[in-house]
Design a protein around this ligand. Structure first.
Ligand SMILES: Nc1ncnc2c1ncn2[C@@H]1O[C@H](COP(=O)(O)OP(=O)(O)OP(=O)(O)O)[C@@H](O)[C@H]1O
Length: 267
C-alpha cells in the first residue's frame, strides 16, 4: 500500500555545499508522529519540503503519490496543511471567520462547505463564539488556535504542526492534545515538530529524531525514548517520568504520569 508520504534519499541545502538535510529516507503513515531534534537540526526545513514550499536539492518526496518537484504548492495544499510556528506569519484577514474560511475557499471548497468546515474547526479550538472578532485583537495563544483552525478547516488528509504548544498554557495544551487525537480518529496523518518531550510521550505513537540533517532514531515512542545516551548526543532529554523511573531503578520504561501511577497501583 502506498504511504501517505514517501521520502527518498532527501538532500537539501539553502547554500551550495552546506547541507541542511543530508540523506533522509522514510515513510509517513497514519500514526501521529512527532519530529524532535535540537535547534537547527533541519525540522522546519523538512516540513516545508513536505508541503512543497521548498524542493529537494537531491532525492524525492511523494505526497499521496505526487512528487512534490512536479506539483505546485497550490496543488499540494489540497492534501497537506501546515500550521506555522508563528501565527502572525499566517493571519492576514480582519475577521476571524474570513481568516479561517480563506484556506478552504482557496483550495476550491464551495462557500457552504468552507463555512461548515470553518465553524466546525472553530468549535474544535473553542473560538466559535468569536467569529466576528479581529484575529489581531486575540491573545497570542488564541491567535495560534486560529491558525490551527484555518488549517483544520481545509480538511486535508495530512496536517503538519510546527511547535503547536508554544505560548499555550495547560488548557491550551490539553486542547491541542485532543485535536491531535480527534484528527487521528478521523483517519488523518498528523506530523508535529515539538520540543516538549512530556507532551510527545502523552500524545504521539511514533517519534523521529533529527540530528544534523539526518535521522538519528525513528520508531515507537517508547522505543525511541529508551535510547537515553543517543538522545543526549542530540541534546535531547527523556520525558520527566521516564527519568524519574530510572532514578528509582524501575526497570519498566514508563512514559507518562498515567503509566507511572498505574504501575504503582498494580504493584
Ligand atoms: N531561509 C534560510 N536560508 C538559509 N539558511 C536557513 C534558512 N532557514 C533555515 N536555515 C538554516 O538551516 C538550518 C536548519 O534550520 P531549521 O529551521 O530547518 O531547523 P529546525 O530544526 O527547525 O530548528 P528550530 O527548532 O530552531 O526551528 C539552520 O542552520 C538554519 O540556520
Amino acid at each position: 500500500m502506498m504511504s501517505e508520504i514517501e521520502v527518498r534519499n532527501l538532500h537539501f541545502s539553502y547554500t551550495k555545499g552546506q547541507e541542511v538535510l543530508a540523506g533522509i529516507t522514510l515513510d509517513l503513515n497514519l500514526r501521529p508522529t512527532a519530529i524532535i531534534g535540537q535547534n537547527g537540526a533541519g525540522k522546519t526545513t523538512f516540513v516545508k519540503l513536505l508541503k512543497g514550499l521548498l524542493k529537494p536539492t537531491e532525492g524525492d518526496i511523494f505526497v499521496k503519490g505526487y512528487n512534490t518537484k512536479e506539483k505546485s504548492v497550490a496543488f499540494l495544499a489540497r492534501y497537506i496543511g501546515l500550521v506555522f510556528q508563528n501565527p502572525n506569519d499566517q493571519i492576514f484577514k480582519s475577521k476571524l471567520i474570513d481568516e479561517v474560511m480563506f484556506g478552504p475557499l482557496n483550495i476550491g471548497q464551495d462557500e457552504k462547505t468552507a463555512k461548515r468546515n470553518s465553524l466546525e474547526a472553530l468549535d474544535l479550538v473553542g473560538l466559535r463564539n468569536r467569529i466576528n472578532e479581529n484575529p489581531y485583537d486575540l491573545s497570542l495563544s488564541d491567535r495560534k488556535l486560529v491558525s490551527i483552525a484555518s488549517i483544520l478547516a481545509m480538511d486535508t488528509d495530512i496536517i503538519v504542526f510546527d511547535e503547536p504548544t508554544i505560548a499555550q498554557d495547560y488548557r491550551g495544551k490539553e486542547k491541542i492534545k485532543d485535536i491531535i487525537r480527534y484528527l487521528k480518529d478521523k483517519g488523518k496523518l498528523v506530523i508535529t515538530i515539538i520540543h516538549d518531550m512530556d507532551f510527545v510521550a502523552e500524545t504521539f505513537e511514533r517519534v523521529i529524531v533529527f540530528n544534523r540533517g539526518k535521522v538519528l532514531l525513528d520508531g515507537d515512542t517508547r522505543f525511541v525514548y529508551s535510547y537515553r545516551d543517543k538522545l543526549r548526543t542530540a541534546s535531547l532529554e527523556q520525558p520527566y517520568v521516564m527519568q524519574l523511573a530510572q532514578k528509582l531503578d524501575i526497570e519498566k520504561p514508563l512514559l507518562t504520569v498515567d503509566e507511572f501511577t498505574r504501575w504503582l497501583n498494580d504493584r
